[in-house]
Design a protein around this ligand. Sequence first.
Ligand code: BDP
Length: 702
Amino acid sequence: MGAMALTPVARAEDGYDLWLRYAPTDAARSSSLSAHVTAIVATGTGPTWAAATSELQRGIAGMTGTKPAVTATIQQGALWLATPASSPSLPVKTDGLGLEGYAIRSVTIDGKAVTLIAANSDVGLLHGAYHWLRLAQTGASLDSLAIASAPKIGLRMLNHWDNLDGSVERGYAGQSIWDWWRLPDYKGPRYTDYARANASLGINGTVLNNVNARSESLTAPYIAKAAALADIFRPYGIKVYLSVKWTAPMELDGLKTADPLDPAVAAWWKAKADEIYKAIPDFGGFLVKANSEGQPGPQDYKRTHADGANMLAAAVKPHGGIVMWRAFVYAHDNPDDRAKQAYSDFKPLDGQFADNVIVQVKNGAIDFQPREPFHPLFGAMPKTPLMMEFQITKEYLGQSTHLTYLGPLFEETLDADTFAKGKGSTVAKVIDGSLEGHKLTGIAGVANIGVDRDWSGSIFNQADWYAFGRLSWDTSLSARDIATEWAAQTFSPDQKVVQPVVMMMMGSREAAVDYMTPLGLAHIMNTGHHYGPGPWVSELARPEWNPVYYHKADANGIGFDRTKSGSNAVSQYAPTIAKMLDDPKTTPERELLWFHHLPWDYRLKSGDTLWDGLIHHYEHGVADVAQMRATWETLRPMVDTERFAETETLLTIQQREAQWWRDACIAYFQSVSKRPLPAGSAAPAHSLDYYKALKFPFAPGN
Ligand code: BDP
C-alpha cells in the first residue's frame, strides 16, 4: 500500500469540492509539483485571467502547501499562461485551437525550462489551466508535455430541469441551486463553484429552467435574475440559455394566439429577445419543448415544428442567438408505436429549419432508459444539425441511491454506428457535425445538480456530471479512462484505490440493466416517480404510459415486435441496421426484446431459454451489486470516513432494491408465463400482490 493512502485525512470530506479537491500529496510529488510551478507567469488581465491564476494557486497550494506567486517575468520552472494578445512572441502556434482550445508545452525560453499554456482566448487558457491541474491531481508526469486540445462540439450544455419554486423535476440532489427568490441581489458562493466545476470540463452553456417551462421566467424580474447568473458565469466561458413556454405571449401579454405565422406573435418574440439581450448581451438562446406531454406548441395552430422553431430563430438571429428545438414528442392521439413518433414528425422537416436552429434529440427513442438503441433520427436528417440530449440525473437508473456510472451508457450511444453514410457513420460524427459538414453542433445533459452538499445526491453521481462534461469536450474518450481520472481526483491517485473504484463503476450500469430491464426490456418502472418496478401497471389513461405496453408479456412470450411484421420501427434505421434488427438472430441480445416479441422457449446464445435467461440476468444484476459492495469494503482503510460511509450505506440500499427489482419482476412475469423458475433460482421473497401494493407517494423529483 502506498504511503499516500495511509496519510491521515486532514479534514472531513463531504463532497462539496467535487473533483477539484486539490488534496495534499506525498512529499516526493509535492516537491515535483513545486518545481514545475515556481511561479505563475501571467501578463494578461481581466476576470478570466484572474479565474485561471487563482485556480492554479488554489490547486498548487492545496497539493503542496505553498501558494506560487503570479509574476510577469519568466523564471526557471514557471508555469506560463499566454495568448497571442498577451505575449506577441509566443513560441508555440495556436492555429487549430479555436477559441476554446489550448496547448500545453514544456519549452525552454532563454535557457529556462517552463511549462507554457497557450491559447487564442482567455477562456482557452482557463481550460488549459484545468487540464494541467487534472494532470497534477491524477499523478501524471508533468515533464515533456506536448498537448493540444480543442473541442469538436460547439455547444456543450447542461439542461437544468429547475422550477421557479426551487423544486427540480427529476432532481434527486435537493432543491435547485438557483435561489430565484434572493436573486439578483444575493449571489452565494455556490454559483462561482458551479462555474468552476463546469469550466474544468469545458461545459460552455447552461439552460437555467425546466423544459416544462413557466412563462414567468421571461418577465423582467426573472430576466434580471438570469442576467446576474450570466455575469458570474461569463468569466468561465459559460453562456446562459432559457427554456421557453410556447404560449408565453398569450399568458404574459394577452395575445389572442401563439400561432408562429401570426405577425403579432413574431413581433412579441422579437421584442422579448431584444429585452433579454439588453440585459444579457451574450445570451445563448432558447430551448423549446413543444407539443410534447401536454406542452403547447405550433401544432396547436396546424403549424409544424419547423414553423415554430424558425419564428423563434428569427427573433434571436440579429443577436447571434440560437434555438434548440427538442424532438422528444409523442401524442396520446397517435396510436403508432411511441418509439416511431419523433422520427415520423421530424424526418419530413429535414431541410426546413433556419440555420440557427438545432434539433435536440434524446439518446434513445423512448426516454432515458437503462439501455436504449440509439435514436433513429441520428443519421436520418442530414440537412439539419442535431444535438444529443443525455440525462445525467438518473431518473430511470436508481436516482440518488444506486451506483450506476453513466459513462458506458454515453459511450455506447456516441460510438453506435448509424450507417447513414456507410460504415463508421457514428452518432458522435452526426453530432460533431463532421458527417454532414454542419457548423452548429451541440450536446446537452440534463443536470443532476442540487443544493445537497455533494451537489449530485451522492459522491458517485458526481462522476456522471464529470463524464458528461469530458465526453462533450472529446467524444473519443473512453468511459474507463474518464472513470480512472475521476477516481484519482475524487479519492486518491493511488492505484490501489483507483483500480477497484473503476472496476465498480465500469460494471455498475450493466448491473442495473440486468436487475431492472435486461435483454432489451424498457420502461417497466412504476408510475410517475419511476422509482422501483411496476411491470404490472396497465390501467393508466394513455397506452404508452403503461409498462405492459412496452414488454407485452403473455403466456406465450415477451417483447415489443418492432420488425417489418410488427410496428416496423426498424425501418427508421439505415437499411444495413434495419436488416440486422429485423431478425432476432442478428439483433444484439442486449436489445432483443426492444425489437422482438419472442416465445419463452426461444434459445439465447447462452443456450438458456428466453425464460430461464431472463431470470438469470435478473440474478446477475443482484450478484453484481453484492460484488460492488464487497469491493467497496476493501477500500475502507483508504477512503475518508464520511464518504466511505455514505457509499457503504447507499450500496446496502442498492442491494436491497436490486433484490426487490428481481423479485417483483420475476413474480410478475411468472404470473403471466406460468413457468417454473430454473433450477437453483429462489422464489421471490413475497407475493406479487405485496409488490403491487408498495406505494411511494412522496418520492422525490416527481
Ligand atoms: C421524461 C421525464 C419528464 C420530462 C420529460 C422530458 O419523465 O419529467 O419532462 O422526460 O424530457 O423523462 O421532457
